[in-house]
Design a protein around this ligand. Structure first.
Ligand SMILES: Nc1ncnc2c1ncn2[C@@H]1O[C@H](COP(=O)(O)OP(=O)(O)O)[C@@H](O)[C@H]1O
Ligand SMILES: [Mg+2]
Length: 508
């Protein structure tokens, strides 16, 4: 029964994707084998003249398919190393807006979370929704003491809805991985599992509350961002309450109209605040788009929405700082070496060739006027070389880099003359001096030593396991492939046939 409903869901998704010509897009025709080209041609009969780049069409198709697919699109947008920078930048403009659910449903959610009596006491007067997206909506609430709160409430039934769509996506991934050897490089099953886990995490608002609180504490020390306080008594799995932030979101045309606002300082704050979090603390807000940034009446930056928190290790922070420092000093050999040391580029590649590629990325932007110098461009070009040099980037690092592209975009929208390189120099420079000066070097060595000690401590255990493996019976033959090829093909052909059939129906 589960399988039937999965296929029905996939059919609906397939129809929408076919109508926007994103299954086997015309643009990729030249690269496809003949059968795929023919299949693509047939599917295009139903595409109704889809317009725009493939990424734009994909974004539109996903928007139509609803919450799970909108989230899927947002997730794909975080992997320019896998899908290329053009598709992901088109996808990152995907609109996460849905009609709000009723206040009655919002009340019901509060009652379910806190019980009728408590809900009435804790949330006396809930205002109308101020924003409604795929997973949740936000209400403003006036408190008896004249202060205000922002109350974020999950969409009714969203968890079940996501779970059902995810089950269908996982089935599609299993079929694809069973059928196509080429697809295994992208690990569709593992990829959907990761997406599923990320989506389910986003439906537990207590976790978001934890992230918001952690970022607030960090921001208080660095002083670049204002982050609203969590009201823990009014927060649960499906409800998150924080202080209301006075101000205007950057998406609003009047956000920067206030003459008290110093655009240059504001853009610098965004870049420096972000980099300070990432480099100094290894924790960052990974969804820095304009809707989540509010300009306060004092001309300061406030951040909301902590659904995605990025984390990078000390190694990766060092990597990031060295790369930025390398580009700032135009030391391409050093940047190349750092990539090899960190294991991001396989040792079989040539350091010299990689440094040459880096030079071709970095040099064109040097000595240019501020508005032509884009770090975003540099990073996106770096992603375009991931295939050429067989680079395996850690997903957290990719998330960081793509957020930097986002941060630069926002900073430049505020101040077109913003130069992220210059803006980042004080932050990166301070960290590099501290880390590689006498004091920082000592700390790096002590961390490495701790790592070595930890490994040594585990040595007896490893030896035990090694001995046990010598006594063990010979290993069993590898398990059979999950899909016998004919069944995999059968599944794929069935899905395609169903998609085509559904497309015909939807045209009729
Ligand atoms: N504490 C707050 N103060 C003022 N406005 C807020 C606050 N929290 C959220 N908002 C408004 O609600 C919108 C949606 O909230 P957000 O947490 O970003 O939800 P989503 O995860 O659905 O994007 C924000 O873009 C912002 O305009
Ligand atoms: Mg948001």
């Amino acid at each position: 029964m589960g399988a039937v409903s999965d296929y029905l869901r996939l059919m609906r998704a397939g129809t929408s994707l076919a109508r926007h010509d994103v299954i086997l897009p015309a643009e990729y025709k030249a690269r496809l084998p003949l059968p795929a080209r023919v299949a693509g041609g047939v599917l295009r009969l139903f595409s109704g003249g889809a317009r725009g780049r493939p990424g734009e069409r994909l974004a539109r198709a996903l928007e139509k398919l609803g919450p799970a697919y909108i989230k899927l699109g947002q997730f794909l947008a975080t992997r320019p190393d896998v899908f290329g920078s053009e598709v992901t930048s088109d996808l990152s403009r995907l609109k996460d807006k849905l009609p709000p659910f009723s206040e009655k449903a919002a009340r019901a959610a509060l009652t379910e979370e806190f019980g009728a009596e408590e809900a009435a006491r804790l949330f006396p007067v809930l205002g109308p929704p101020v924003a409604a997206a795929s997973l949740a909506q936000v209400h403003r609430m006036d408190m008896p003491d004249a202060s205000q709160r922002a109350v974020k409430i999950l969409r009714p039934g969203i968890e079940g809805q996501l779970m059902r769509e995810l089950s269908a996506m996982k089935r599609a991934a299993r079929t694809i991985e069973g059928v196509s050897v080429e697809s295994r490089r992208l690990k569709p099953i593992a990829f959907t599992e990761t997406i599923a886990a990320a989506m389910m995490r986003e439906t537990d608002l207590r976790l978001e509350a934890g992230g918001a609180d952690e970022m607030r504490v960090l921001s208080e020390t660095s002083g670049y961002f204002q982050i609203p306080k969590v009201d823990w008594d009014r927060t649960g799995r499906r409800v998150l309450t924080t202080d209301w932030v006075d101000g205007i979101p950057l998406t609003h045309p009047d956000a920067l109209a206030n003459p008290a606002i110093d655009r240059v300082a504001l853009a610098n704050d965004i870049t420096r605040g972000f980099l300070t979090h990432a480099i100094e603390h290894g924790v960052f807000h990974a969804d820095m788009h304009e809707g989540n940034i509010i300009v306060t009446p004092e001309g300061k930056i406030a951040l909301v929405d902590f659904g995605i928190i990025g984390r990078i290790s000390l190694m990766e922070r060092r990597f990031l700082a060295e790369i930025l420092w390398g580009f700032l000093r135009r030391d391409y050999m050093r940047i190349a070496e750092v990539h090899f040391e960190a294991g991001y580029v396989p040792a079989s590649q040539s350091v010299g060739d990689f440094a040459q590629a880096l030079r071709s990325i970095g040099e064109p932007v040097h000595g240019k006027p501020a508005e032509d110098v884009s770090m975003g461009r540099v990073i996106l070009q770096l992603f375009d070389y991931t295939q050429t040099f067989g680079m395996a980037m850690r997903p957290e690092l990719v998330l960081l880099q793509k957020t930097m592209v986002q941060v630069e975009g926002v900073a430049r929208a505020i101040d077109p003359g913003h130069n992220i390189w210059n803006a980042s120099e004080p932050v990166v420079g301070a960290w590099v001096r501290r880390s590689f000066g006498p004091e920082g070097a000592a700390r790096l060595i002590s961390t490495s030593l701790r790592d070595v000690t930890n490994r040594l401590k585990r040595l007896p255990e490893v030896m035990d396991r090694f001995e046990a493996s010598l006594d063990a019976p010979p290993p069993a033959p590898p398990p059979r492939e999950r899909f016998a090829p004919w069944w995999g093909w059968f599944g794929l052909v069935t899905i395609l046939a169903l998609v085509a059939y559904a497309a015909v129906l939807s045209l009729a």
